[in-house]
Write a protein that binds this ligand. Structure first.
Ligand code: 3NM
Length: 210
């Protein structure tokens, strides 16, 4: 798996009137190094069309491309990987259907994180760290305490997610997160690239101070 630090996820409701591909290109130009297509409202045909366009964009920049939920679309668009929720098909079933693809899974408790690791996930999502309006079906915030526990006990890569803003990311990083995902803070920004650069500067500062 190609490692990553700043994970950006599509959420078109936060940039009405702005083109999806253009917004994600700005995120990449700001340093986002993994892009996920997450679209729970469009038709399958529309999701496929967006996946093909994002595949072309991410390939041009050498950035990892993940599709949420749709394994068939991930395969058809030749994405690098798929992202699963706890209610989706199992990791082993996903592996069988999509051999060779990177597989990530959202986790909301340490038991889920350890299970995902034992079952061979390539990475896990850890969240929602803070309250979020972006994902409506999530459990209560897991808090930075869960980030710290995962940092201590899980050896596979993890990405902290949920309500993460430039204003609160420092405490997430201090809790042990080396990889961050922010959705509304990135795609809803006036200066998408600038917000990405600011997140990366904070992550890099941590790297320098140990
Ligand atoms: N997954 P924002 S929270 C897509 O906890 C997603 O698994 C989550 O959006 C999880 O950065 C979330 O706008 C939404 O709060 C994060």
């Amino acid at each position: 798996m190609k490692d990553f630090r700043l994970y950006a996820i599509t959420a078109e409701q936060f940039h009405p009137g702005r083109n999806l591909i253009r917004v994600m290109e700005e995120a990449i130009q700001g340093g986002a190094d993994i892009i996920q297509l997450r679209d729970k409202t469009s038709s399958r045909a529309e999701v496929l069309q967006k996946a093909i366009a994002l595949r072309e964009l991410t390939r041009r920049y050498g950035v990892t491309f993940i599709v949420n939920d749709y394994i068939d679309i991930a395969l058809e668009a030749d994405a690098d990987g798929i992202h699963l929720g706890q209610g989706d098909i199992s990791l082993s079933e996903a592996r069988r259907l999509a051999p060779g693809k990177m597989i990530g899974i959202s986790t909301h408790a340490i038991e889920e994180a350890l299970l995902a690791e034992a079952q061979g996930a390539d990475y896990i999502g850890v969240g929602p760290v803070f309250p979020t309006q972006t994902k409506t079906d999530v459990v209560a915030p897991v808090t930075v305490g869960y980030v710290r526990e995962v940092a201590d006990r899980v050896r596979i890569p993890f990405v902290a997610i949920g309500g993460i803003k430039l204003s609160n990311v420092d405490e997430v990083i201090a809790a042990g997160a080396d990889r961050i995902c922010a959705v509304s803070e990135i795609v809803g920004a006036d200066d998408v690239a600038g917000v990405c650069r600011a997140f990366l500067a904070k992550l890099e500062r941590k790297g320098q101070t140990g």
